[in-house]
Design a protein around this ligand. Sequence first.
Ligand code: NAD
Length: 360
Amino acid sequence: MAHKIAVIPGDGIGPEIVREARRVLDSADGKYGFELEYTQLLMGGASIDVHGVPLTDEAIAQAKASEAVLMGSIGGDAKTSPWYKLEPQLRPEAGLLKIRKELNLFANLRPAYLYDELRAACPLRDEVIGDGFDMMIMRELTGGLYFGARETVVENGVRKAVDTLVYNEEEIRRIAVKGFDIARKRRRKVCSVDKANVLDSSRLWRAVVEEVSRDYPDVELSHMLVDNCAMQLVKDPAQFDVILTENMFGDILSDEASMVTGSIGMLSSASLNETKFGLYEPSHGSAPDIAGKDIANPIATILSAAMMLRYSLDLDEAADAIEAAVSQVLREGYRTVDIMSEGCTRVGTAEMGTLIAARV
Ligand code: NAD
């Protein structure tokens, strides 16, 4: 039976990069004996232009009726686009926040993988890079400091601001379960990152992660304080497999980890809920400055599509094949402009997609 996939091309370079991801998925589905049935949805500026809102209830219902959502990116140039003259709740980004909330996407996955061919883009020294690194940052996305009560008051003429970091054990347990499940698809190591020497919320985090780990005797669990983790990411990134952490620590660490991989055009991501459902999208935005020029790098979206096969559809073999095809194309020296280096062959968005699809 065909897997139901909702596709959101979005704005800017979104339609170009999603088109290439679909080309690659289509080349995999014949070979690996699965079938995908796509429903195209509007979100962001594209939806505002047609419906006057960044995401309709009907689009949400269609996303919910799917097994996964594959997305490009949404948004325009905030200085020039008429979308940004609208009220905040009607702007493109409101669609993204709404879909994350409606689909209860509490687990954010950001892989940081260094392609040997792109070592030159890595800001770390060669001896630190060693044989490269391949880690997955799993960040809790709907709790913690960004969602706790906050206020700014004036007390005795002095301004005071309060933010609250709250987690209950259920929120921690469900993300920990996801983290251990993901580790089982990788090298079976989880490093849980917290600030348990100071924060109560971190002590609860650590205790619950320990409890969950008892159901995963085949997965090695370690704990690390967040300040140490920030250092270790640039000192010895190869030590990490899955990094499991709360919302704010994950926000910071995932950006740090992605920087050490080099180009923004290579970074995939996924947001998952309690079921196998996920929303898969590149980590970058809609890059309106290069939209329609056939120069955007489609690889982050293609790798997001591979994640979709692995984590929502359990089609690991096809996901491996897509990732291997990306490596092969890089090994053969093909580059979009953002990752171009001397001696390589420059290709556009469509050609990069075609080359990868042919090697799946
Ligand atoms: P951006 O990531 O779109 O672009 C930053 C820079 O990176 C630009 O110079 C762009 O040309 C380049 N770039 C990005 N993706 C690339 C790719 N695949 N290949 C080659 N170069 C690439 O960030 P921005 O300019 O700050 O934001 C543009 C719009 O995207 C805004 O409206 C923003 O709100 C939106 N945005 C959306 C998402 C999302 O949909 N999840 C995420 C971030 C930003």
